[in-house]
Design a protein around this ligand. Structure first.
Ligand code: ADP
Ligand code: MG
Length: 237
């Protein structure tokens, strides 16, 4: 189980994350739902070790991993898909997906995973992961790479952003695959229809955990409260 215990994060005297407690058990698909500026990405950066929390601890089982680097966390099976994935010159999709041949996989699996994210193996395996890929294509490749890595925990930051109308179906496919390989998913989103595809949801606003529960219940609450609150941040503060 991955636990965030009393996590706060401040920058320039402003508290962006305020005493957040969350826990993520195996075999469950979670979402962190909240409006723009709620602090979702910051919480993901803190969890991954890109940012250091001002207070609080991150625990994996009984182990305190607060001060672990991204690489150390990756070794423990915690991986993340960034909101804006990087591009790399001179590396093909196939090389990227197989970590330059280090990942044990085969063409069938690559093909299956690429098709699952809506890309044909023939058309994409030999393309470069550079600026010639559209934002949506790059995101799909990033999702494929996370599926192939089979992490214990996968943090997806707004995986549907920049994708077209097929995003909902794509996210469903990805979540089904993660369920099958028993990865615990932490899906960050501001779209209630995406959060509705998860089992359990945390609703955050203005850096605080407002409510948690089964996704159906939290999505309903989010629609009722957030939909009416155009100045969410200012009101909660
Ligand atoms: P979300 O991902 O939920 O949209 P973010 O975590 O990106 O929200 O940001 C939360 C709040 O913190 C926003 O108001 C954002 O402007 C602010 N913020 C994030 N990073 C910084 C930073 N480096 N300096 C100042 N403010 C920041
Ligand atoms: Mg964000």
């Amino acid at each position: 189980m991955l636990r965030l215990r009393n996590i706060s994060y401040s920058i320039n005297g402003r508290e962006i994350i305020k005493g957040i407690n969350m826990q993520f058990r195996g075999d469950m698909i979670y979402s962190i739902l909240g409006p723009n500026g709620a602090g979702k990405s910051t919480l993901a950066y803190v969890t991954m070790g890109v940012l250091k929390p001002t207070t609080g601890r991150i625990l994996l089982g009984d182990r305190d991993i607060t001060d672990f680097s991204i690489t150390e966390k990756a070794k423990l099976g915690i991986s993340m898909m960034w909101q804006e994935p990087a591009r790399y010159e001179g590396i093909t999709v196939r090389e990227y997906l197989t970590l330059g041949g280090k990942l044990r996989t085969n063409k069938d699996e690559l093909q299956e995973v690429l098709e699952l994210v809506g890309l044909s193996y023939e058309l994409y395996a030999h393309r470069f992961v550079d600026k010639s890929l559209s934002g949506g294509e790059r995101k799909r490749i990033e999702l494929a790479s996370l599926l192939l890595l089979k992490p214990r925990y996968a943090i997806l930051d707004e995986p549907d952003s920049g994708l077209d109308i097929t995003a909902g179906r794509l996210i469903e496919n990805v979540l089904d695959y993660f369920r099958k390989i028993r990865t615990t998913v932490i899906l960050i989103t501001h779209h209630e229809e995406i959060a509705a595809k998860t089992d359990f949801a945390y609703f955050v606003c203005a850096g605080k955990l407002i409510k948690k529960g089964f996704s159906r219940e939290i999505v309903q609450y989010y629609k009722e409260t957030c939909g009416r609150c155009f100045l969410a941040e200012m009101r909660v503060r």
